[in-house]
Design a protein around this ligand. Structure first.
Ligand code: NDP
Length: 333
């Protein structure tokens, strides 16, 4: 089996020797275990945090241990009664072309007629539930509210705007570059887009949301969060979903300059981690899959071929080189 290992802690950006791919023998299956042929590996911004030594929401990856990520594949051998050969399973597993599980860290994937495995895994495994919970349960917008989303052309962001629209809100997306901004309004249903690379974000937010932002959905942190906090409406909500602009820093990054607006604007600011909602996945997936099948949820998948290219695929997230949800295709569907 070919498996990536955490080799050396990066100072900032992931370095060529941070992760190494090794070939290792695979032990025979024990009773209660099953063998999965990997098909897709989800690349998530948070993967970089697991390579650091800051205090997180879960244990980081230990030096020398296999690198982990959300993975989906086909069960090809089984000594577990609930995981039959031929079915699809997904879970938090090593970056490897074959993985073994005892069922404690993998679940059977829901079979959704009409959805390909790439769509089902790419949208329903992490990004979709995150967008849904973050917007509807943490942000809690009302119809007519103005919702602002950062990293809006990314995996989570492209879905948040559409879910906001489905619920009768106005959606403004912030992304880097004219092309991504065009996707926002033409493909992902955003009412307006702001290119933070070429426009003054605070000025544009003030034009587009003259009465202020009701719900700000933060994926980036730093200057983007400050821009949102500057233009919030009184009693607005700020969803802290991610702070990707800070993930390559070895040290905690100072908080927002506009922290004072938590009191000036009487804001509710709340963070969340989607792993805490695992028990409700069937409910989220049913809802998201229905919107996908009805053509109400559009998305882009950015599939990179080959386990060898996993590190390069992950790095796309921090450079903005990704065009939608990044997944590595390890084997055929
Ligand atoms: P994306 O597909 O959105 O890719 C990341 C995007 O972030 C890039 O394309 C880039 O977009 C933008 N970006 C990266 N670095 C910077 C920077 N320094 N400044 C501004 N923008 C930057 O990734 P995901 O959808 O997977 O993740 C988005 C966010 O959601 C992350 O912060 C992630 O941690 C968070 N998340 C949180 C979860 C939770 O449970 N709370 C679960 C899943 C994700 P552009 O080209 O527009 O700059």
């Amino acid at each position: 089996v070919r498996r990536w290992h955490f080799n050396k802690r990066p100072k900032q950006d992931i370095e060529p020797d941070t992760l190494v791919l090794r070939e290792e023998p695979l032990a025979a299956l024990k009773d209660g275990e099953f063998l999965v042929r990997s098909v897709y590996l989800s690349m998530d911004a948070t993967n970089r945090l697991w390579l650091g030594d800051l205090d997180l929401y879960m244990a980081p990856v230990s030096l020398g241990a296999p690198m982990i990520g959300f993975l989906a594949g086909e069960i090809i051998e089984s000594r577990h009664p609930d995981f039959p050969v031929g079915s699809l399973a997904a879970g938090l597993k090593p970056w490897a072309d074959f993985v073994v599980s005892d069922g404690s860290d993998m679940q059977l994937m829901p079979n959704i007629p009409g959805l390909k495995m790439a769509d089902a895994f790419g949208i329903l495994a992490v990004a979709g539930p995150t967008a849904l919970v973050g917007l509807m349960e943490i942000g809690r917008p009302k119809p007519g509210d103005t919702v602002v989303v950062t990293a809006a052309a990314g995996a989570v962001g492209m879905l948040v705007g559409q879910i906001a629209k489905i619920h009768g809100c106005r959606a403004i997306g912030i992304a880097g570059g004219a092309e991504k901004c065009r996707w926002l309004t033409e493909e992902f249903g955003y009412d307006a887009a702001i290119d933070y690379k070429s426009e003054n974000v605070v000025e544009r937010l003030r034009q587009l949301a003259p009465d202020g932002i009701d719900v700000h959905f933060e994926n980036v942190g730093g200057e983007m969060l400050d821009a949102g906090l500057t233009v919030m409406k009184d009693f607005g909500s700020v969803v802290i979903c991610g702070l990707i602009s800070t993930y390559n820093s070895a040290e905690p990054v100072p908080g927002p300059r506009m922290f004072r607006n938590l009191i000036m604007r009487r804001l509710r600011v709340e963070g969340f981690v989607i792993l805490d909602y695992a028990a409700r996945y069937p409910e989220f997936q049913a809802k998201l899959a229905q919107w996908m099948l009805e053509g109400r949820l559009h998305y882009r998948l950015h599939v990179v071929d080959g386990l060898d290219n996993a590190v390069d695929a992950l790095k796309l997230l921090y450079s903005g080189g990704n065009q939608g949800k990044v997944m590595v295709r390890i084997g055929a569907e």
